[in-house]
Ligand binder design. Structure first.
Ligand code: PRP
Length: 185
């Protein structure tokens, strides 16, 4: 294991299995005859999104991507979110499924949810791979949750620390020593 990683939080097989289950549930919930719009929140959700959508089989979906950046430091988000790349289509009347890698304080998702609901989709569902329940500051209704995790710093499977580890194939916990030096700077 990479020396900055403490232990594996969720291994590759458990991830794959759970993502498949989420995909099945999402497919079951698609209203008859509708083509849902799956929206990936970059950057962290890109790996999860790629697996999730492929696990949906031959069901017709459309995909969109949005980029957000939250003002805050590496460990905490401030809740002030800037959309740096918006969805390219009108979502009014569409069945939208927003896909995120992690919900921590809930500030980012809460903001995104408000913004998207104002655009009057037919429905808005939220799918999150990881739920850090203990860190929640604002409640956000989440329809599909992969795993609840402890309040630990996780990386891999799309999640980063300072831009690194997104390509680590599963979810691992970062050693405190890897980030606590920069905290005091
Ligand atoms: C992460 C994650 C969520 C947000 C969750 O994004 O993808 O968007 O933090 O935190 P919150 O619930 O406390 O608001 P990050 O800012 O790390 O950007 P990234 O997805 O580009 O890595």
């Amino acid at each position: 294991m990479e020396p900055s990683l403490e232990y594996d939080e969720i291994n590759y097989n458990d991830l794959k299995h759970r993502v498949k289950m989420l995909a099945q549930k999402i497919v079951e919930d698609i209203p008859e005859g509708e083509i849902p719009l799956m929206v990936c929140v970059l950057k962290g959700a890109f790996v999860f999104f790629a697996d999730l959508t492929r696990d949906m089989g031959d069901v017709m979906i459309e995909t969109e991507f949005m980029s957000v950046s939250s003002y805050g430091d590496e460990q905490t988000s401030s809740g002030v979110v800037e959309i740096t790349q918006d969805i390219g289509v009108n979502i009014a009347g569409r069945h939208v499924i927003l896909v995120e890698d992690i919900v921590d304080t809930g500030l980012t998702l809460n903001y995104l949810r408000d913004i998207l609901l104002r655009r009057e989709p037919a429905s808005l569902r939220i799918c999150v791979l990881l739920d850090k329940v203990a860190a929640r500051e604002v409640e956000v209704p989440i329809d599909y949750i992969g795993f609840e995790i402890e309040n630990v710093f996780v990386v891999g499977y799309g999640l980063d620390y300072a831009g690194h580890y997104r390509n680590h194939p599963w979810i691992s916990v970062l050693k405190e020593s890897a980030y606590k030096d920069t905290e005091s700077e």
